[in-house]
Design a protein around this ligand. Sequence first.
Ligand SMILES: NC(=O)c1ccc[n+]([C@@H]2O[C@H](COP(=O)([O-])OP(=O)(O)OC[C@H]3O[C@@H](n4cnc5c(N)ncnc54)[C@H](O)[C@@H]3O)[C@@H](O)[C@H]2O)c1
Length: 283
Amino acid sequence: MAGLEGKVALVTGAGGMRGVGRATALKLAGQGADIVLTDVHREAHDLPPGEVRADWRGIDTVAEEIGALDRRCLPLYCDLGEPDQIQRMVEQAVDHFGHIDILVNNARAIIGRDKVPVTDLPQEVWDHFLAINTTAVFVCTKFVGQEMVRRGAGGRIINIASNAAKQASAMGAAYSASKFAVLGLTQASAMDLAPHKITVNAVCPGPINTDRLSYWERDRADEEGISLEQFRGQIVERAGMASPLGRIAEPEDVANMVAFLASDDAAFITGQAYNVNGGLLFH
Ligand SMILES: NC(=O)c1ccc[n+]([C@@H]2O[C@H](COP(=O)([O-])OP(=O)(O)OC[C@H]3O[C@@H](n4cnc5c(N)ncnc54)[C@H](O)[C@@H]3O)[C@@H](O)[C@H]2O)c1
């Protein structure tokens, strides 16, 4: 795989200790890219218990890890629900590094409040999911895409979607709709940006062994009188048994696909949506 020396990658939702964003940032840095890390400031009650225990400092800690790889890194806090903040974040990244070559739209709304039948889904939950999972992907694509076009050196935009972008499930209306929309955005952006040698692709993971916070999982764990981590462990084990390859994805499985799509080897691939799901879904 071609190296990424001299490239700058911007990764959203990059602060989670066991998240796809951190794994992706470390993978791209390991291949030589300098990194812009961005995330929202999260209150302690919105953090996975493991991060609280570890005194994890989100993108500031990840920035130290990237520094240890001898890559340059700029951590920037930004609420992706605020388009003005996104525009400012992109400006700061370009002021600092001069260019952005790779954009990874990885962040998503904290899950759990969406996990109800569509008839019970509060409008504000729907609006929040569409704002963070879809509109923010559009706004990041727009402002980073403008910079890539201005520079004229091509680029890579990689949107982290989901199995749920191809097949919905019960109690998943907001999440699935937000992720289906990302695939439409991926295809349309790919066509708009192809003349500028900017490719746009999506990655569709099945379940991933992250410690993502889910309000729904936390409530069920409380009801069962077990810790969130025990409850999560049960989900990971059951999902692994249901997977043809006998496990669910690790964050690094997703990061590996992102790194390939970011590389020169993927120069002729655009508008696609690649599954990373251990054989759970085929289309
Ligand atoms: N975890 C899974 O099982 C799974 C499965 C399929 C797809 N995915 C997708 O993979 C990607 C990463 O998943 P994960 O589990 O690592 O994520 P996660 O849920 O742990 O974290 C997502 C990140 O988004 C950030 N975020 C939330 N609200 C934000 C806001 N308003 N502004 C800016 N950032 C905000 C969070 O702080 C966090 O860093 C997501 O796009 C997700 O939809 C995850």
